[in-house]
Design a protein around this ligand. Structure first.
Ligand SMILES: *[C@@H]1O[C@H](CO)[C@@H](O)[C@H](O)[C@H]1NC(C)=O
Ligand SMILES: *[C@@H]1O[C@H](CO)[C@@H](O)[C@H](O)[C@H]1NC(C)=O
Ligand SMILES: *[C@@H]1O[C@H](CO)[C@@H](O)[C@H](O)[C@H]1NC(C)=O
Ligand SMILES: *[C@@H]1O[C@H](CO)[C@@H](O)[C@H](O)[C@H]1NC(C)=O
Ligand SMILES: *[C@@H]1O[C@H](CO)[C@@H](O)[C@H](O)[C@H]1NC(C)=O
Ligand SMILES: *[C@@H]1O[C@H](CO)[C@@H](O)[C@H](O)[C@H]1NC(C)=O
Ligand SMILES: *[C@@H]1O[C@H](CO)[C@@H](O)[C@H](O)[C@H]1NC(C)=O
Length: 482
């Protein structure tokens, strides 16, 4: 699951600071200094106590994490040129199967999947109104193999900038240029890349293309169709290299939670813990991009919502759902646990701990959610429907009496985005799983006003008859061994 994103710092802050005049800067510094001294004079002991507790916690978390040796990073390799050629050739074969003449894409996630350029890498400030399109066509070699033939529609004055992107192609990119006063859709139609006997070439696009472009293409004798069929499945079925990176980043994220948990003290806030976990992940070279940390009743909201200032108390379940990036790939895992210093010996006959939470019920739900997650592994078979996997997990939770408190779908695919299709929900009866698809399995139970439990791991669909493989370091074993 995924919640708030961290802001993109670099560009925004430089632009802002350039706009600050000297006087404004001086003003900021004096006000900042005033707050700094006020804070320290007013309550010196409290704030320094918290910060030394947090520093100790962070040092322990990072040291514990580094002591694992970070072996999990070994399965990850930055995608080389050959990987991009493989992806485009897979796409070319899919286009033939779908009887489509070309796939057309704007800078964004899909563009970066096929040619390593994201939207902000092409246009840092805001999406550009002049289309820069990658056009991938299938091409049949004399021996019958289908390979991709790629061209780029680009404004003339941007042609060199496009070449300087050094996109992963074995030879210089082939461009179709337009001047500012031209109709660029007609320019594309008039280019020599279309066979002369094709009346209205069929172009497939995906959801990342802004709507004015397909409307423009349709005016220039193109037939535009939406993403579907074999073409949609290309990005859904992960290559071995992608699975290696996903295994590394997801195992590394679970290991960071495990290391951090060993050091977590009572009394720090959810925000403090999120900050420490983020810095722990960074110690392995991964960059966190969302982090949901919730104690006790906060966790009844699956995507957060409170302000993160709740402090950790005895008997609180800690729910952490976090994602980080490695070589452009996402992790998305969740653990629910007690801190190591919380022991069942403190729980009375009614199942209540000192914090007055019903520990018996919390542990019962923890087990039910794990049983649901295990059921999803068995159901996640090649050619099963996406719906059937959700239903297998949901049935377990419903039988335990918590069906109404499992309020979201079982999971989603993930890759360069944390949330990718297909989606595992009980209505998705039309999609069948294929070997190499990668999914989260993240059942949860949310008791409003009290607590929430979710376990989230990453699974790869195997060949026919094989069980799905977990690639996030193994499931949680107990609330003390997440
Ligand atoms: C993809 O882009 C990244 C930077 O964004 C670069 O470090 C990497 O070398 C590129 N990959 C290839 C195969 O060109
Ligand atoms: C067809 O030719 C290409 C280029 O020469 C080669 O890479 C590919 O392996 C060949 N495919 C088959 C099936 O022989
Ligand atoms: C199309 O291309 C031909 C030459 O290939 C050129 O004469 C003609 O003006 C072009 N038309 C448009 C609308 O760009
Ligand atoms: C790609 O298409 C262009 C234009 O039709 C053609 O000149 C070129 O030979 C093709 N390249 C490959 C590798 O098919
Ligand atoms: C605590 O939860 C357990 C399991 O759901 C339940 O049987 C028990 O009655 C609860 N205790 C209290 C004091 O509510
Ligand atoms: C997948 O299941 C459907 C429905 O049971 C069946 O028609 C189809 O042949 C199966 N496909 C494979 C590849 O097993
Ligand atoms: C997960 O994968 C590991 C390593 O392949 C395996 O030992 C373990 O049994 C798997 N299952 C669970 C539920 O963790």
């Amino acid at each position: 699951m995924k919640g708030s994103y961290l802001p993109q710092p670099a560009v925004a802050s430089t632009t802002r600071s350039k706009k600050l005049g000297f006087l404004q800067l001086l003003g900021c510094f004096s006000i900042g200094a005033l707050f700094f001294f006020w804070d320290h004079l007013a309550s010196p002991s409290y704030s320094s106590l918290v910060s030394s507790k947090k520093n100790k916690f962070q040092k322990c978390a990072i040291d514990t994490y580094l002591a694992t040796g970070l072996e999990f990073l070994k399965t990850a390799e930055r995608p080389p040129l050959e990987e991009y050629i493989l992806r485009r050739n897979n796409l070319a074969k899919a286009l033939v199967a779908d009887e489509v003449d070309a796939f057309v894409v704007e800078p964004g996630y899909t563009f970066s999947y096929y040619a390593n350029v994201t939207q902000p890498q092409w246009e840092v400030w805001e999406p550009e109104e002049r289309p820069f399109l990658m056009v991938i066509q299938p091409h049949e070699l004399p021996n019958g193999s289908i390979v991709a033939n790629t061209s780029f529609l680009v404004p003339h004055f941007e042609e060199l900038r496009a070449q300087l992107l050094n996109m992963p192609f074995p030879s210089p990119i082939s461009t179709i240029i337009y001047e500012e006063h031209w109709n660029y859709y007609t320019t594309l139609r008039n280019a020599s890349i279309w066979p002369s006997n094709t009346p209205s070439p069929i172009l497939m696009i995906d959801e990342e293309m802004r709507d004015f472009i397909p409307r423009g293409l349709a005016t220039a004798d193109f037939t535009v169709v939406g993403l579907k069929g074999e073409t949609e499945a290309v990005r859904q079925v992960k290559t071995p290299l992608e699975i290696g990176i996903l295994r590394a980043v997801n195992t590394g994220t679970v290991e960071a939670i495990r290391a951090m948990r060993k050091c977590i003290p009572y009394g720090l806030t959810e925000n403090d813990v999120a900050e420490v976990l983020d810095n722990t992940l960074r110690a392995a070279g991964m960059e966190p991009f969302f982090d949901i940390v919730e104690f006790g009743e906060s966790a009844a909201l699956p995507h957060g919502g409170y302000d993160g200032t709740k402090k950790l108390e005895e008997g609180d379940f800690v729910l952490i759902d976090v994602g980080a990036h490695l070589f452009g790939y996402s992790s998305d895992v969740c653990r629910t646990f007690y801190p190591p210093q919380f022991s069942l010996e403190e729980v009375d006959g009614d199942g209540k701990g000192k914090g007055k939470r019903n520990i018996t019920q919390q542990l019962e739900v923890w087990d039910v959610v794990l049983a649901a997650q295990s059921a999803s592994v068995k159901a996640m078979q090649t050619n099963a429907t996406a719906a059937s996997v959700d239903i297998a997990a949901r049935d377990i939770i419903t039988q335990a009496g918590y069906g109404a408190q499992f309020t979201h779908r079982l999971g989603h695919s993930l890759g360069i985005k944390a949330h990718e299709s297909p989606y595992l929900n009980k209505g998705n009866t039309g999609v069948r799983l294929r070997p190499g698809m990668v999914f989260t399995s993240e059942p949860g139970v949310y008791v409003l006003g009290e607590f929430g439990v979710r376990h989230e791991d990453i699974l790869v669909v195997g060949e026919e008859g094989e069980e799905a493989e977990n690639i996030s370091g193994g499931f949680a074993k107990s609330a003390w061994e997440p």
